[in-house]
Design a protein around this ligand. Structure first.
Ligand code: TPU
Ligand code: MG
Length: 562
C-alpha cells in the first residue's frame, strides 16, 4: 500500500491501539484530517475548542497507551498548550499534532493568517519544546516517518506529551510505509549492574528495618507498576498507604490498605504510622506544597527508600538507569516478610467510620451527597475529582477492587474534568464514569458536555453548586471568589437541541438526589447532569485545615538577602 505523511501518522496511532483521535478543524489541518481518515480504524472525535481537545486526549491517555489531538496553527495550538502542560505535569503521554504553514512560506517573508504577524514561523515549535519531551517540525515528506516515530517513542518512554507540526501542503505527499511498531514501543532496559546494586542496597535497608511501610505516589500509575506493587505488598505483608494523587492506585479491599497519606488530613492513624516507621518505601511519590499540606508534612528519614520511574535512592546512594518496572520485581524476589507496620496499625484505637443518613427532606449537605455517591460506586466505576472541595471528599470513598479515581492534582486546572472525562469515556464507554465538579470549575469548559450528548455517553456529572470558589475561600477570601450563578441543569436542554438524550436534574434534598441518581443510572443514552444545591458554608473539614496551611505557605515573608 502507498502511504502519505498523514496516513503514516494515523497508522502509527492505530498500531499503538488507539481507536480515536480528537480534533478541531482549521485550514492548516483540513488536508491532514483527510489523510488521517484513510486509517480505517481511527475515528476522528471533534471537540468544541482546542483546550478541551487537548484535555480530551489527556483523558483518553488515562485509559489507553496514548492520546492525540489535532489542531490548527497558533490559534488552535496555543489553546491546546495548557492541556499539554497538564499532561506533562501529570505524566500522561499524548501527542499534540498541529497543522502548519505551507512549506513554501517558510523563509519567504510572507505574512500568514493565524500567526503572530511576522514571517518566522518557528515560534510555535520553540514554545512547544518547553512543554513537551520531544518536538518535531515536518516540512518535507521524506523526513516524516523518522520524525513522527521519534516524537511518539519519546512520549511513550517518558510518559510525557510530544509535539508534531506538519506543513499543510505535505500531509498528502508520499512517504515510506510504517515498519514494525516495536521500533517505537521497545522499552528502555535497566542497567544490569545498577539494578542489582540498587536491589541489594534496598534489601539491606529492609533487613535492618523494624516497621517498613509502602507509600504509593502519583507517578506509580504512569510507570505501569500497580500490579507489581500488589505483589511486593503481598510478599512483605506490611501496611500500604496511597498519597492523595494516587488514591485508587492500590486495591483498597486488601487488608494491607490503611488509607490516604496527606499530612494533617490523612486517614485516621496513617500519618502517625508513617511518621513512626523507620523505613518508608516511597514509590513514584511527588512532594509539592499541596501534597505536603503547605510544607507541613514531608515525612522523610535516613532509612527511607525512594523508588522513582528512572532511579532509586537508598542509604544516601543514588542508582540511575534503574527503571521502576524492572526494579520492583527484583526487589520483590529478594524481600522478606515483615508485617510489623500493619500489626501496629491494627493495634491503634481508631474511630470507626459512622455513616449518618440525613432526613430525606432536609436541605442537602456534603455528607449526605457523599453517602449517596458512595452508594453508586461499583467495581466498574471511574470517579473524576475536579480541583476544589471534590478532592477532599474524594479521599473518603471506599473503592471496591476495579474502581478508579482520576484527578489532576499537580497541574490543578479547574475545568479539566469535563473534557478529560469526555476523552476517557470515549475510550471506556462501558465503565460507570462519574464526575464530581464544582460550579466554578464547570464554567470553564461546560460546552464539552455537548460532545458527550453527541456521542450518547451515559456519564454522570454531579455538579456541586455552592455559589462560588470554596477552595479559594478557604485559602484566601475576597469578592473574586463569588461567581455568577447559572441554571446548570437547564443547560442540558441547550446541548440536547433537536436530537440529544442528555438529562439535566436538580436536587435540593436527599430524596430528590436519590431520585435523580436512579434516573441517571437508567439513562443509557446520554449524560446526566445532577445539579446539587449546597450551602456555601458547607465544605469538607479537611479543606478548612488544608486551606489554612496552604495560605500560610503562600504568605511566608520574602527571603532577606544579605
Ligand atoms: O467545590 P469548590 O467550590 O471548591 O469548587 P469550584 O466551584 O469549582 O471552585 C474552584 C475554585 C478554584 C479556582 C478559581 N480553584 N482553583 N482556582 C484557581 C484556578 C484558576 N484558573 C485555573 C485554570 N485553574 C485554577 N486552579
Ligand atoms: Mg464552588
Amino acid at each position: 500500500m502507498k502511504y502519505t505523511v498523514g496516513h503514516y501518522l494515523a497508522t502509527r496511532l492505530v498500531q499503538l491501539g488507539l481507536g480515536h483521535v480528537f480534533a478541531v478543524a482549521g485550514d492548516y489541518n483540513l488536508a491532514l484530517l483527510d489523510e488521517m481518515a484513510k486509517a480505517k480504524d481511527l475515528e476522528q472525535v471533534y471537540c468544541c475548542n482546542e483546550l478541551n481537545c487537548g484535555f480530551a486526549a489527556e483523558g483518553y491517555s488515562r485509559s489507553k497507551t496514548l492520546g492525540a489531538s489535532v489542531v490548527t496553527f497558533s490559534v488552535g495550538a496555543f489553546s491546546a498548550f495548557n492541556a499539554v502542560g497538564g499532561a506533562f505535569a501529570e505524566n500522561l503521554p499524548m501527542l499534540l499534532i498541529s497543522g502548519a504553514p505551507n512549506n513554501n512560506d517558510y523563509g519567504s517573508g510572507h505574512i500568514l493568517h493565524h500567526t503572530m504577524g511576522y514571517s518566522d514561523y518557528r515560534y510555535q515549535i520553540e514554545m512547544a519544546k518547553k512543554i513537551t519531551c520531544a518536538a518535531v517540525a515536518i516540512n518535507h515528506a521524506e523526513e516524516a516517518p523518522c520524525l513522527i516515530d521519534h516524537a511518539i517513542r519519546h512520549a511513550l518512554r517518558n510518559r510525557k506529551p510530544a509535539y508534531i507540526e506538519i506543513s499543510c501542503n505535505i500531509v498528502n505527499q508520499p512517504c515510506t510505509a510504517p515498519g514494525p511498531i516495536t521500533s517505537i514501543t521497545n522499552n528502555l532496559v535497566s542497567d544490569d549492574a545498577s539494578l542489582k546494586a540498587a536491589a541489594k542496597a534496598c534489601l539491606e535497608a529492609l533487613d535492618k528495618a523494624k516497621n517498613p511501610v509502602i507509600i504509593i505516589g502519583g507517578k506509580a500509575r504512569s510507570a505501569g507498576v500497580e500490579n507489581q506493587i500488589v505483589k511486593l505488598a503481598d510478599k512483605m505483608g506490611c501496611a500500604v498507604t496511597t498519597m492523595a494523587q494516587a488514591k485508587g492506585f492500590f486495591l483498597e479491599e486488601k487488608p494491607q490498605y490503611i488509607g490516604t497519606l496527606w499530612g494533617e488530613i490523612s486517614s485516621p492513624g496513617v500519618e502517625k504510622l508513617v511518621t513512626n516507621s523507620d523505613c518508608r518505601i516511597y514509590i513514584g511519590s511527588i512532594f509539592n506544597d499541596y501534597s505536603t499540606v503547605g510544607w507541613t508534612s514531608e515525612i522523610v528519614g535516613e532509612g527511607d527508600i525512594f523508588i522513582s520511574a528512572h532511579h532509586t535512592k537508598v542509604a544516601n546512594k543514588e542508582f540511575s538507569g534503574v527503571y521502576l518496572k524492572d526494579f520492583l520485581p527484583a526487589l520483590t524476589s529478594g524481600v522478606k516478610r515483615n508485617s510489623t507496620s500493619l500489626e501496629q496499625f491494627k493495634a491503634m484505637k481508631l474511630p470507626t467510620k459512622k455513616v449518618v443518613v440525613a432526613k430525606g427532606n432536609a436541605p442537602l449537605n456534603t455528607v449526605e451527597l457523599c453517602r449517596q455517591i458512595q452508594g453508586i460506586i461499583d467495581h466498574k466505576t471511574t470517579l473524576f475529582l475536579e480541583t476544589g472541595d471534590s478532592w477532599f471528599h474524594g479521599m473518603h470513598f471506599d473503592l471496591p477492587n476495579g474502581a478508579r479515581i482520576e484527578s489532576e492534582m499537580q497541574w490543578g486546572h479547574i475545568g479539566w474534568s469535563v473534557p478529560s472525562m469526555f476523552g476517557y469515556a470515549v475510550a471506556e464507554p462501558d465503565r460507570r464514569n462519574i464526575m464530581m465538579v464544582g460550579d466554578g470549575s464547570f464554567q470553564l469548559t461546560a460546552q464539552e458536555v455537548c460532545q458527550m450528548v453527541r456521542r450518547n455517553l451515559p456519564v454522570i456529572i454531579i455538579l456541586i453548586n455552592n455559589r462560588g470558589y470554596s477552595i479559594e475561600v478557604m485559602i484566601h477570601d475576597g469578592p473574586y471568589n463569588r461567581i455568577k450563578n447559572w441554571d446548570y441543569a437547564g443547560l442540558m436542554s441547550v446541548f440536547n437541541a433537536e436530537d440529544g438524550h442528555g438529562l439535566g436534574l436538580k436536587a435540593k434534598n436527599g430524596d430528590e438526589l436519590a431520585v435523580a441518581m436512579k434516573k441517571a443510572l437508567n439513562n443509557t443514552k446520554g449524560p446526566t447532569l445532577i445539579e446539587v444545591a449546597i450551602d456555601p458554608e458547607d465544605c469538607s473539614p479537611d479543606l478548612v485545615i488544608w486551606g489554612k496551611r496552604v495560605a500560610e505557605a503562600n504568605s511566608r515573608p520574602p527571603r532577606v538577602v544579605k
